[in-house]
Design a protein around this ligand. Structure first.
Ligand code: HEC
Ligand code: HEC
Length: 258
């Protein structure tokens, strides 16, 4: 019984191994054709989505001027990486014209739509590269040091984020995916600088992303009350309410004594 099974398994395996060998030349050519066709389809799909969802603000040609002075042209905001980032984090399409910064939202596009839009805009502006990141290859301790030097001033050592003055907010990093970190470093959105090359090569990015990821679990918390990691706005609010409440109590006390 057992031997029959092994034999049958062997025959099956042999059949599997032999199948691709039949007519290999033509099937390789066909595969290349299918790949080219798929890339073409993806670009066409991306163009359609762009025309439906982005043209009204960013202009007919992603590499050309936008339609409003308050909307940036997509020519130099970071190519495919920027599009991937704004779509995955639900920042675009833009929902309101008021508010301090582009906030995260519910993504409007699924994975293949996001890929198509990123590819289409990337091709149009000549920057189709998407970063890769592998926090398994990162060194959390080195990431922590780099983060302390380069990121903590704005995002806080514990990643809670901070209001930067004006309309600028460095968002909380407690909910970001490793790819968000890699993309943000490559794009430099808003007032955030671009971090590329030198300490910020692939190994540096993996390490910083690994440190940022560790903030999620609080494994490397260095103090500060996270208040649920909700970011600078609720934290500022809590500071106001508790701080003001305490002041009022003290004032009442002093007032009562005199
Ligand atoms: C209603 C107008 C509007 C629509 C529609 C819109 N955008 Fe935007 N987009 C903006 C504005 C305004 C900004 C600048 C936001 C800021 O920096 O505060 C922006 C910025 C961007 C940025 C740069 C982000 C950064 O921080 O560097 C990208 C990339 C982008 N949009 C992509 C898209 C894509 C892709 C679509 C279509 C799916 C889209 N946008 C649809 C208004 C719009
Ligand atoms: C000068 C202040 C500043 C510095 C320094 C800075 N950032 Fe930022 N960062 C910002 C601002 C502002 C935004 C939001 C931009 C926007 O929404 O358009 C941001 C956005 C991000 C985001 C996207 C978060 C999200 O919700 O998708 C990540 C990730 C990020 N920064 C990581 C980093 C890392 C890692 C470093 C250090 C290598 C760093 N930042 C350094 C100001 C800064």
């Amino acid at each position: 019984m057992r031997r029959t099974l092994v034999l049958l398994g062997g025959i099956g395996l042999l059949a599997l191994l032999l199948t691709p060998a039949t007519g290999s030349a033509s099937s390789a050519a066909r595969a290349a054709q299918v790949r080219a066709q798929t890339a073409q389809d993806t670009l066409a799909f991306g163009r359609t989505l762009y025309q439906q969802g982005c043209v009204s603000c960013h202009g007919l040609d992603p590499a050309g001027p936008s339609n409003y002075p308050t909307v940036p042209s997509l020519a130099d905001v970071g190519g495919a990486s920027a599009v991937d980032w704004v779509l995955r984090t639900g920042r675009m399409p833009w929902r309101s014209t008021v508010g301090p910064a582009i906030e995260r939202g519910k993504p409007k596009y699924n994975e293949s739509e996001t890929r198509a839009l990123s590819l289409y805009v990337g091709e149009a502006v000549g920057d189709s590269d998407l970063p890769t990141v592998d926090i398994g290859q990162g060194d959390v301790k080195r990431g922590r040091d780099l983060y302390a030097q380069a990121c903590a001033a704005c995002h806080g050592m514990n990643g809670a984020g901070a209001a930067l003055g004006g309309a600028n907010i460095a968002p909380s990093l407690r909910d970001v995916a490793p790819l968000d970190t890699a993309e943000a470093m490559r794009i430099g959105p808003g007032v955030m600088p671009v971090f590329e090359g030198g300490d910020y090569d692939a190994a540096g990015v993996n390490s910083i992303a690994a440190y940022v990821h560790s903030l999620k679990t609080g494994a490397d918390d260095v103090g500060g009350a996270p208040i649920g990691g909700k970011g600078p706005v609720p934290e500022g609010f809590v500071a106001w309410v508790i701080g003001l409440g305490a002041l009022i109590l003290v004032a009442k006390r002093i007032g009562g004594k005199t």
